[in-house]
Design a protein around this ligand. Structure first.
Ligand SMILES: C[S@@+](CC[C@H](N)C(=O)[O-])C[C@H]1O[C@@H](n2cnc3c(N)ncnc32)[C@H](O)[C@@H]1O
Length: 283
């Protein structure tokens, strides 16, 4: 089957509409897991007091809130996402945190054109770029949204061998569903993780002073079973991959995944290997 970017985007949007509540519910786990990378991303984007920040693929807003706290009342964060439902959780989280400097805006990260008229000091995106079928179009929009001298910083996964908490489930499901891996250039969790890939994409979009930092971000949970629950509930793409496995066999696949993940159970609980990249560049 050939890859259809328009259909892919419709499916991706629906996946996140469906997974929105779970992504929000697992928020405390996400912020512990991704907290270090988030701070590095905000540093790399130069986010500071009074900055204006555009957050692309903001999801339930974990990193938008971290950015809003950093910029303070004199700054502003515009949290954008393709899924209105997940953004409603971001808006609610901002209200609960009594933050009045966050706006939410439904927007496809590949169509940010309307935002160029109000240039931002920084653009951030946490595990979002991997979902864009046309990354150069997305990066061009982010570039245009920045003021000259403004910084983009994005967090992505590195390679499958360094991210087994996720690559093991993906490969077990892929085997059972007899799916082909994404082709180079197509979106996928590890599509920007190979050596030099993120650097090349940022440079091709015109960014200067491109740097990529590697960050260890082990996913710490109580057990392999909890990791399965986390991914099963909130990683919508796994369900889509499972769609071609007969329903009565799916439970067995999740059990295979749990068994495979027990190799990461330690005396201190489950420690799932995860390595992230923070890529950044200047307009
Ligand atoms: C893994 S979640 C990350 C959410 C958030 N940045 C975080 O780290 O918690 C990926 C997000 O990308 C969004 N997304 C996927 N494709 C998108 C697109 N084309 N434009 C904007 N957002 C998109 C999804 O709706 C989802 O909220």
């Amino acid at each position: 089957m050939t890859f259809d970017p328009s259909q892919y985007k419709i499916t991706t949007r629906q996946q996140w509409e469906d997974a929105a509540e779970a992504w929000h519910r697992w928020g405390p786990t996400l912020e512990v897991w991704l907290g270090g990378a988030t701070e590095r991303m905000l540093d790399a984007a130069g986010v500071t007091r009074s900055s204006r920040v555009l957050d692309v693929a903001a999801g339930a807003g974990g990193q938008s809130i971290a950015a809003a706290r950093r910029v303070g009342p004199g700054g502003r964060v515009v949290a954008t996402d393709i899924s209105p439902r997940i953004l409603s959780y971001a808006a609610r989280a901002a209200a609960e945190a009594a933050l009045t400097n966050i706006d939410v805006l439904e927007a496809d990260g590949e169509a940010l054109d309307g935002l160029a008229s109000q240039p931002f000091d920084a653009v951030i995106s946490r595990v979002g770029l991997i979902y864009f079928p046309d990354r150069q179009r997305a990066l061009a929009g982010m570039y245009q949204a920045l003021r000259p001298g403004g910084r983009l910083a994005a967090v992505v996964y590195s390679t499958p061998d360094r991210n087994e908490f996720f690559s093991l489930p993906v490969s077990i499901i892929r085997d059972r569903a007899q799916l082909r891996p994404p082709q180079p250039g197509q979106p996928g969790p590890f599509s920007l993780g190979g050596p030099g890939v993120l650097e090349a994409e940022l440079a091709a979009a015109g960014f200067q002073d491109v740097t990529v930092e590697v960050i260890e971000a082990p996913l710490r949970l109580a057990s392999a079973a909890e990791c399965v629950a986390f991914e099963r509930e909130s990683f919508g793409a796994l369900h889509q991959m499972l769609a071609s496995v007969p329903p009565d066999q799916r439970e067995e696949v999740w059990e295979d995944i749990r068994r495979a993940l027990t190799r990461f159970e330690t005396a201190q609980g489950f420690v799932g290997p995860c390595e992230l990249l923070v890529g950044s560049g200047t307009r």
